[in-house]
Design a protein around this ligand. Structure first.
Ligand code: G3H
Ligand code: 13P
Ligand code: ZN
Length: 310
């Protein structure tokens, strides 16, 4: 089976009331952990690559890892560029074989965001590739951008309708209170579901919305990490119930990266502490891969509702 696009994936998800998990990949163990989980759960998948991941692992290696994942699993898998910062990186990914790209021009003002997004949409559509864009700003740290909570701003529903119409983007990442990383809420976790509903109302029925910053930061993993020398006090993520609600409301794509990082790191810490003499990378990367698999299985089966939908 070749790599698939996201259009049909999103249409079916919307019709049947579930969300597609989009998981960030940086190396072989992460790809395998995610795909092993999806294989057992028979779930469609989006594997996404950030600018940082492209730099770290190199585009060709990631492409071939994802191709191997498709051959191994037979699952519908889309390969997506996460937070493409400009036209050039989006073009490189379209030309390189990605089946979906994100242009994140949310750092610009409204008109600047529209202009940059439209440029990518025109090119990607000429090659048959769908484009995700972002309107509003999430707080948190991405590879190239660090947005403080004060600079974050929620998506304006009226602007969302105009933005989608003028750019022709195929899906839209919205800011409703999530943020990137492991420290999402200082006090009580809160998302603006009213705003999400308003955004849905002004867009065409079933238009695919995307929730970034959707890691739940499971407390048992934070505790495991800290038990073995980590220092992550006050780490806090989006409660899984919120994600279930978002998926049920019709959010098409839910982005998860930090939970995988946490599972991997906590597990490697444990091996180093409990077996200090260990120096075979397979002895810590193998358990890390299993830990990622467990996290992803839970998301697919118990949170996103996409198990059995491949
Ligand atoms: O949204 C950000 C993702 O977690 C990717 O993070 O830019 O450090 O690869 P990264
Ligand atoms: P988390 O940091 O919550 O995992 O978000 C990941 C993300 O949005 C990738 O684009
Ligand atoms: Zn993101």
């Amino acid at each position: 089976m070749p790599l698939v696009g996201t259009k049909e994936m999103f249409a079916r998800a919307n019709k049947e009331g579930y969300a597609i998990g989009a998981f960030n990949v940086n190396d072989m163990e992460i790809v395998q952990g995610i795909v092993d989980a999806a294989k057992e759960e028979k779930a469609p998948l989006i594997l996404q690559v950030s600018a940082g991941a492209r730099k770290y692992a190199r585009q060709g290696y990631l492409l071939h890892l994802v191709q191997a994942a498709i051959e191994d699993s037979g699952l519908p898998i889309a390969l997506h560029l996460d937070h493409g910062e400009d036209f050039e990186v989006c073009k490189a990914c379209v030309d390189g074989g990605f089946t979906s790209v994100m242009i994140d021009a949310s750092r610009f003002d409204f008109e600047g965001n529209i202009a940059e997004t439209k440029k990518v949409v025109d090119y990607a559509h000429s090659k048959g590739i769908p484009v995700e864009a972002e309107l509003g700003k999430l707080a948190g740290v991405e590879d190239a951008v660090n947005v403080s909570a004060a600079d974050a701003s929620y998506t304006n529903p009226a602007q969302a309708a105009e933005f989608v119409k003028r750019t022709g983007c195929d899906s839209l990442a919205v800011a409703i209170g999530t943020s990137h990383g492991a420290y999402k809420f200082k006090g009580e976790a809160k998302l603006d579901f009213v705003r999400l509903g308003e955004i849905m109302k002004v867009l065409p029925a079933g238009y695919p919305l995307v929730l970034h910053g959707a890691s739940s930061v499971p407390q048992e993993l934070v505790e495991k990490c800290n038990k073995f020398g980590g220092k992550m006090p006050n780490a806090k993520g989006v409660p899984e119930d919120f994600l279930r609600k978002a998926a049920g409301m019709g959010v098409a794509k839910i982005n998860i990266d930090s939970d995988l990082r946490l599972a991997m790191t906590a597990t490697i810490r444990e091996v180093f502490v409990t077996s200090p003499g260990e120096f075979d990378p397979r002895k810590y990367l193998g358990p890390a891969r299993d830990a990622i698999k467990a996290v992803v299985k839970n998301k697919l089966k118990n949170v996103l509702g996409c198990a059995g939908k491949a």
